[in-house]
Design a protein around this ligand. Structure first.
Ligand SMILES: Cc1cc2nc3c(=O)[nH]c(=O)nc-3n(C[C@H](O)[C@H](O)[C@H](O)COP(=O)(O)OP(=O)(O)OC[C@H]3O[C@@H](n4cnc5c(N)ncnc54)[C@H](O)[C@@H]3O)c2cc1C
Length: 374
């Protein structure tokens, strides 16, 4: 029987960040993930500078042999309609590949790793958790994404009435010929809203890798929307005509849509397991990283007594940072209020595109960086 101060289920950005922070405080931490890293994760791989800053990523070291694409502007418009370009003249985001980024963070965390091992059983015994009948811990952290087994243990029912965002994407390395035919500039990703405002598609070039995808608030006919979007990009000659159509899908919750229980005695949920992605853009890496840090700080402050009341500070700090769940009036892109509120023309105007869609909803430039001790 092995015993750890904390066991984290899931080695994505939420889990690896929490592990990294706890390890630096001297905790013995085990991260368990059902996949072997480096692993792929369905994601556009776009991160804001706040993520790099909070994680103290050494960019010069990171970019050695890995994709790290500065983004200095965006093209924003409608599928089959007008688009407007915004340039910032400085990097306002970065493009990474999740197989590289997640592997880097997990290796850097310093945690003990059990990879390729799914959580099969979870039991609560006498103020301890028993994981897979072989690992004991007083503290269990659910970071297993939308379908996290710890979230299920706490009552979440993925696929059972939760309002999710469904998305599909493809990422592939372009041949030399495809790279020549691709009109998407690496530093200017393109975002196109669906006609009914229920979602948006993107195409994003990271060096020679091309990422194309689309996410929507309704799960019906997603494949049809994705295929129509891909055809639109090809008609406009934005992407190579032979771009494959092997799209992979995933679903996840947006903050404010998520009724999940965040904590209980000796257990916390972080990242997608808790349903924290920004409602306006669907960006989930920053909330995953920040929730990992906040959870670790609350755990450290609890001083070894992980009764629910001592972990409540986690909920309060999340609400303080991301807003009150259930009571939020978020002007997110998928809300019906917004559909009535803004006209189609607004999206393609330079002012709205830059100051509302990009600065506020996608870049969260109004939200200060969550600072952490080095
Ligand atoms: C199509 C798409 C595009 C996106 N694009 C962006 C983007 O550009 N930028 C952005 O910020 N966000 C984006 N997101 C959201 C982002 O991917 C997630 O919010 C983010 O990955 C959440 O991180 P996490 O660590 O909580 O979970 P994950 O990254 O999902 O990690 C969860 C880990 O848990 C493991 N796991 C699951 N079940 C088990 C189990 N039973 N036992 C053990 N391990 C388990 C998994 O193998 C996985 O490694 C996108 C999402 C989608 C679907």
């Amino acid at each position: 029987m092995e015993r750890y101060d904390a066991v984290i289920v899931g080695g994505g950005p939420a889990g690896s960040t929490c592990a990294w922070r706890l390890r630096r405080a001297g905790f013995e931490v085990l991260v368990l993930d059902k996949q072997v890293f480096p692993r792929d994760k369905v994601c556009a791989g776009w991160i804001t500078p706040a993520v790099i800053e909070t994680l103290h990523v050494d960019v010069e070291e990171y970019r050695q042999g890995r994709v790290f694409q500065p983004i200095t502007g965006f093209l924003v418009g409608w599928i089959d309609g007008l688009a407007t370009e915004t340039r910032y003249g400085r990097p306002v985001s970065y493009g990474i590949r999740r197989c590289e980024f997640d592997h880097y963070l997990l290796a850097r965390s310093g945690a003990r790793l059990r990879l390729g091992e799914p959580v099969r059983t979870l039991d609560r015994t006498d103020q301890e958790w028993l994981v897979n009948a072989s690992i004991r811990t007083p503290l269990l952290i659910g970071a297993g994404g939308h379908f996290c087994p710890v979230a299920r243990f706490l009552g979440a029912q993925p696929g059972g009435g939760e309002q999710v965002i469904a998305a599909q994407e493809i990422e592939f390395e372009m041949s030399r010929q495809q790279a020549r035919a691709c009109r998407v500039a690496p530093e200017i990703p393109e975002i196109y809203f669906c006609d009914d405002l229920k979602g948006y598609g993107w195409c994003f070039r990271k060096g020679d890798f091309l990422n194309v995808g689309l996410g929507r608030e309704d799960t019906h006919r997603l494949a049809g929307h994705v295929s129509a979007f891909s055809q639109f990009l090809k008609r406009r000659n934005r992407i190579p005509q032979d771009t494959p159509e092997r799209f992979k899908g995933h679903a996840y919750l947006l903050y404010g849509h998520a009724p999940r229980k965040l904590l209980d005695d000796g257990v916390l949920l972080i990242g997608d397991a808790a349903g924290l992605a920004y409602p306006q853009s669907g960006e989930g890496i920053r909330p995953a990283v920040e929730s990992g840090i906040i959870a670790a700080e609350v755990i450290l402050a609890a001083g070894g007594d992980y009764r629910r009341e001592n972990l409540e500070a986690y909920r309060r700090r999340l609400m303080g940072r991301f807003g009150e769940r259930g009571k939020m009036e978020v002007p997110h892109l998928f809300s019906s209020g917004l559909k009535q509120f803004i006209g189609k023309r607004l999206v393609a105007t330079r002012f709205f595109s830059r100051h509302v869609i990009l600065d506020r909803w996608f870049l969260h430039s109004h939200q200060p960086v969550l600072s952490t001790r080095r």
